[in-house]
Design a protein around this ligand. Sequence first.
Ligand code: ATR
Length: 284
Amino acid sequence: MTDEIPASQISHAPLAGVIGMPIAHSRSPRVHGHWLKRYGLAGHYVPIPVMPEHLAEVLRVLPRAGFVGANVTIPHKEAVLTLADTVTDRAALIGAANTLIFRADGKIHADNTDGYGFIANLRQSAPDWRPEAGPAAVIGAGGAARAVVASLLDSGVKELRITNRTRLRAEQIKAEFGARLVVYDWAQAGNMLEGATTVVNATSLGMDGKQPLRVPLDALSPDALVTDLVYTPLMTPLLTEAQARGCRVVDGLGMLLHQAAPGFERWFGHRPEVDDEIRRVVLE
Ligand code: ATR
């Protein structure tokens, strides 16, 4: 038996989805569903609940069932790297993938578009933002932070300061990403902001139902751009306080939307626009 999928089987409307567990609250089906409708494209995008012990089996089957690719979310973003046939350099560096492409020969290609989404959101919301203008300060050292660090370094940040409650995870990122990183103790997070021109919350703190991020902002310059990966609420306590200090703030919803665009284009053949309309749809 060959893994080649006959052309006759891929002539129907392409299928894609998001693989995770739990998956019911994912906003991706709404985003992709809206774009499909808006651009009049044939295709379907569905939530795919998968337990970790079934991931390998599901990934083998999906390409044979009409799927052209998938997004991947918690808890599978790391595991898919070992199951994919090819992995982009950035996904390997980040240690996680969020976008899979099932090729016609049945092979699975894994990429990570979170960093792209992060930068695209800043470029769109703050066109005059200059990553090289000064140090960047990243709070958090989980999977999302790794994508942010990779993309900021790629964008030309010369000094990247990082802090995390569990210091070891920040040290690990420095060990992997190199000399431009400086690790700060969690208790020194406030000092880390001094002179920073880009500040990012990449922890889950500030999300509805969680504690706010408590970092003293006294040292924060009003010239800094402050962004939060949390987008529920859109204006987190950090963004509200930074804005009151005169900083430019960018919410995290755009990152969610921009990271979805490359997958949509690959699967359905049209580059979708990230605009107010799709923001409204996802917030409904
Ligand atoms: P993600 O993929 O969204 O980044 P993650 O890998 O679980 O998820 O990372 C969550 C981040 O939020 C981490 O930086 C985590 O800090 P630890 O590494 O110390 O766990 C941070 N975080 C979550 N809850 C926190 C809390 N109550 N106080 C401080 N940091 C917290």
